[in-house]
Design a protein around this ligand. Structure first.
Ligand code: NI
Length: 151
């Protein structure tokens, strides 16, 4: 039997879907209006799921009270009210798609010391979401699955 805890967080940020490896016309073709030069914003919703044994003393998965400040420090502070492409160093190297935002959030949270990070799910809009689950037995291997069609 496995028990998990999911907490939901929010941040607002802007991004531009654009890669210098493609021409302007190709960026337009691949990313459409999402490649417009001055970017656009989203109200992102992030769900973080951790698992672990229930402490018989407290009745809780170990130290879940530490999760909020950890997520705040690792993700919300550096992402909220930012232009992701420029202000989060990892997105200078990779396109700030929500797949990559989801992967970066997972990477930043996987060292959470008090429970095992199991899943990160990011809603970019009410119509699409992306999620990463830790693979059993291969903690660093992650799968990205798309929740719904874009736009
Ligand atoms: Ni967007």
């Amino acid at each position: 039997m496995k028990i998990s805890l999911t907490k939901r967080y929010r941040f607002a940020a802007s991004h531009r879907l654009y890669t210098p490896r493609l021409s302007e016309a190709e960026n337009k073709r691949v990313y459409g209006k999402c490649s417009n030069a001055y970017g656009h914003g989203h109200n992102y919703v992030v769900e973080v799921t951790v698992t672990g044994p229930v402490d018989p003393e407290t009745g809780m998965i170990a130290n879940v009270g530490e999760l909020d400040p950890f997520v705040q420090r690792e993700v919300i502070e550096p992402f909220d009210q930012r232009f992701l492409n420029e202000e989060v160093p990892e997105f200078r190297e990779q396109v700030a798609t929500t797949e990559n935002v989801c992967r970066e959030i997972f990477r930043r949270l996987k060292s959470f010391p008090s429970a095992k990070l199991e899943r990160v799910r990011v809603e970019e809009t009410s119509k699409n979401s992306f999620e990463i689950e830790a693979d059993v037995g291969a903690f660093d291997e992650v799968r990205v699955s798309r929740g719904a069609t874009t736009q």
